[in-house]
Design a protein around this ligand. Structure first.
Ligand SMILES: [Zn+2]
Length: 292
C-alpha cells in the first residue's frame, strides 16, 4: 500500500507528463464518465494533487477527476506515442497531451466533480490534514495534537488513522514515533509540551524527507532508522531495534529511546507492593520528610 510520499511522487510524475499543453486524447472506459470526454478534450491540466491516498487531477474546465487506487489501481506515465508495455490490467482513464500521457489502470474509484465541490467528497471530507501538503505547517500540526478528540487512543493506531493526519502509513508511523522518541502506547492525553513539539517536527520532517530524498544519492538519502531493521542497532543509542505488532501491523521501535509508558522511567516496573506489605517505588512525589 503506497504511503503519502509515494502518492505525491506519482502526482508529480503525472503533472509533469500532462502539464505542457492541451489534452489531445481523453478516454474513460467507465460508461458513466464517457459523456465528459468531449468536454475535456482541448482543456489543460491545471494541477495534480494528492489528498491522502486519493489523487485530484484538475482541469481548466473547472472539473476535477477524483481517483483512488485502493489496492490495485496504478497510474502509468510516459511520453506521448511511446510503445506501451502489454498489461492484463483494465484501462480506466487515458489522458494525453502532445508530449505526455498518463493512464490509470484497474482503479474502481473514478469520479468527475466540479472543482469547487470536490472537497465535499465523502472520502475527502473525513481526512485530516495531509502531512505532505505545503500549506500544513507547524501551527496546524501542533494545534491538531492539542485539540484532536481521540485523546486516549494509542499513537500507534492513531497515526494510521487518516482522519487524524493523512499520508502516514506503516513505515512512516514507525519512523515518526522513533524520531519523536515516543512509544506507540503513548496517547495524546499523556504528551508533554516537549513531546508535542517533537511529534510535530517528526510529522512534518519525516514524510517530507522521504518524498524528497528516498531515492537521492549520497548522505542526503532518506533511509529507515527502525522500519524493517529488527535486531539492527538503533542509530541514536545503539540498542537493538525491536519488532512488535501494533494495530494489526508490524511496527519497529527502539525500546530504549521510546520508553514504554507502562514501565517507570527509573527502569523499574509499576509501583508494586511486596508480600511483606511495604510499598516499593511509590508513584508520585515522596511524602514530606521532617527536616533534620
Ligand atoms: Zn535507541
Amino acid at each position: 500500500m503506497p504511503e503519502g510520499p509515494e502518492i505525491w511522487r506519482a502526482a508529480e510524475r503525472i503533472a509533469r507528463a500532462l502539464g505542457s499543453g492541451p489534452l489531445v486524447e481523453v478516454a474513460f472506459t467507465l460508461e458513466r464518465l464517457q459523456h465528459a470526454e468531449a468536454m475535456l478534450l482541448g482543456a489543460t491540466v491545471v494541477s495534480v494533487r494528492p489528498r491522502g491516498k486519493a489523487l485530484l487531477t484538475s482541469f481548466s474546465t473547472g472539473h476535477t477527476l477524483y481517483t483512488h487506487n485502493q489496492l490495485y489501481g496504478v497510474w502509468r506515465v510516459g511520453k506521448a506515442g511511446a510503445v506501451e508495455k502489454p498489461t492484463t490490467r483494465t484501462l480506466r482513464v487515458a489522458l494525453q497531451t502532445s508530449t505526455g500521457t498518463a493512464r490509470l489502470f484497474s482503479a474502481t474509484d473514478v469520479e468527475l466533480w466540479p472543482t469547487a465541490e470536490v472537497h465535499t467528497h465523502p472520502f475527502l471530507a473525513r481526512l485530516g490534514p495531509d502531512v505532505l501538503d505545503p500549506e500544513v505547517d507547524e501551527e496546524v500540526v501542533l494545534r491538531r495534537l492539542e485539540v484532536f478528540p481521540k485523546r486516549r487512543s494509542r499513537l500507534g493506531g492513531l497515526l494510521l488513522d487518516q482522519g487524524f493526519f493523512c499520508g502516514v502509513g506503516n513505515y512512516l508511523r514507525a519512523e515518526i514515533l522513533w524520531s519523536a522518541g515516543l512509544h506507540p502506547a503513548r496517547t495524546l492525553a499523556t504528551l508533554t509540551d516537549d513531546d508535542r513539539r517533537a511529534l510535530t517536527e517528526a510529522l512534518l520532517s519525516i514524510p517530507r524527507a522521504s518524498l524528497r530524498y528516498r531515492y537521492a544519492r549520497g548522505p542526503q538519502r532518506f533511509t529507515f532508522a527502525v522500519f524493517s531493521r529488527a535486531g539492527a542497532p538503533c542509530p541514536r543509542c545503539g540498542d537493538a531495534v525491536a519488532r512488535i505488532e501494533d494495530s494489526g501491523r508490524r511496527l519497529y521501535l527502539c525500546q530504549t529511546c521510546q520508553a514504554d509508558p507502562a514501565v517507570r522511567s527509573d527502569g523499574g516496573a509499576r509501583a508494586t507492593v511486596d508480600k511483606a506489605g511495604s510499598t516499593r517505588r511509590k508513584r508520585g512525589p515522596a511524602p514530606p520528610t521532617t527536616a533534620s
